[in-house]
Design a protein around this ligand. Structure first.
Ligand code: 1CP
Length: 340
């Protein structure tokens, strides 16, 4: 698989590409399947339909990897926090975590209840062409903890940070509990057919440097080390969003560093390119305009060249109203311009 070779810096015929949130509302096919499934969570739990929406971008865009269709929040859901996706407003938890009692009440071994994810991965690995990689994923302990403490998406992360500074022991006990679930969860994803895994630390940028390394990076590293010991042939990809200022401190055991769009690629290459394969980092909003998109592709390829050490991606997820034709063209343009 070209994508897996690239994760290990092996020579490939071109720079592989996939897009974060490549399945979603910008595809009419997704909207149709989603309507058939009912709610967003019904879609995540329906093995056939989740398989179908995972395969849609592979067929429509011809990306080099499929990413499991699911959500990072199914883990806290199975740990016992009732979850709803409210149309137009995003995720909402019915209970939140505020005390040690709340942490102690969270279910241990919740990853064992995520059979629908494992079944979807097995079905996907059977249906995907042999040369297309299958990516499994989870949210980082810190990013998941913010949703579990706030109860929803947040602009300020006030409750999470209040806990971090006023009761760090409580936050660490929550993070450890999530961490244990995620190790079991990703291990089962790999055993069900995932060829690579990515940990999304979408709210990394909410923290100052010292807090980031103590409350987030440390846990992601623990998961990554566990996986690399157990499955050395499976690439581990980390995507901490919004930490361009901390790149000097990034170190540890993993294969691919996901560069977000706010980090200049030159900077990431200079600081991390010799140690890790870099993935990214086209600003998704450039897809609103074809010329801006091409300008963005050219700027990234001027830095990363055609050599190994780069996986092309967006610097964050696809947006629901981006024109699909630009996404289709993006894949072909990158492939044409990176042919060795
Ligand atoms: O159909 C719909 O209306 C729901 C929209 C949607 C979709 C398509 C949500 C709700 N999640 C997803 C799928 C999803 N989520 C994938 C699918 C695989 C793919 O990439 O194609 C993945 C990998 C995620 C991961 C995810 N969920 C993250 C991490 C990545 C990121 O974008 O930063 C986060 C933060 C979430 C939480 C979440 N789920 C959904 C929404 C709208 C949100 C964000 C809420 C917020 O802004 O706080």
């Amino acid at each position: 698989m070209i994508f897996i070779d690239a994760c290990f810096r092996k020579p490939t015929p071109y720079t592989p590409i996939w897009l974060m949130r490549q399945a979603g509302r910008y595809l009419t096919e997704y909207k149709a399947t989603r309507a058939q499934a009912g709610s967003f969570l019904d879609l995540c739990k329906n093995v056939e339909l989740a398989t179908e929406v995972t395969l849609q971008p592979v067929e429509i865009l011809d990306v080099d990897a499929a990413i499991l269709f699911s959500d990072i929040l199914v883990v806290p859901l199975e740990m016992g926090l009732g979850l709803e996706f409210v149309a137009g407003e995003g995720p909402k938890f019915k209970q939140t975590i505020a005390t040690q009692n709340d942490v102690d009440s969270l279910k241990s071994g919740a990853f064992k209840n995520l059979e629908y994810v494992y079944d979807t991965l097995s079905m996907l690995r059977q249906k995907l062409p042999k040369d297309k990689a299958l990516i499994g994923f989870c949210g980082s302990p810190w990013t998941l903890a913010t949703y579990m403490i706030e109860g929803e998406g947040s602009k300020t992360y006030a409750k999470s940070k209040k806990m971090l500074y006023s009761n760090p022991t409580l936050l660490h006990s929550l993070l450890s509990k999530i961490n244990d679930e995620l190790k079991g969860y990703l291990a089962r994803q790999i055993e069900s057919g995932a060829n690579a895994v990515q940990i999304f630390d979408s709210w990394a940028g909410a923290l100052e440097c010292s807090a980031y390394f103590e409350f987030s990076w440390r846990y992601m590293q623990d998961i990554a080390q566990f996986l690399k010991n157990k499955y050395p042939h499976i690439p581990v990809m980390l995507f901490p969003k919004g930490i361009a200022g901390f790149l000097d401190h990034i170190d540890g055991v993993f294969d691919v560093f996901g560069v977000d769009w706010s980090t200049p690629m030159e900077l990431a290459k200079q600081k991390l390119g010799h140690k890790y394969v870099l993935q990214g980092n086209l600003e998704p909003a450039r897809l609103y305009d074809r010329d801006s998109m091409i300008g963005g592709i050219e700027a990234i390829l001027r830095v990363m060249g055609k050599e190994s050490g780069h996986i092309f991606n967006l610097g964050h997820g696809m947006l629901p109203d981006l024109p699909r034709q630009n996404a289709i063209d993006l894949i072909q343009i990158v492939r044409d311009r990176t042919k060795r």
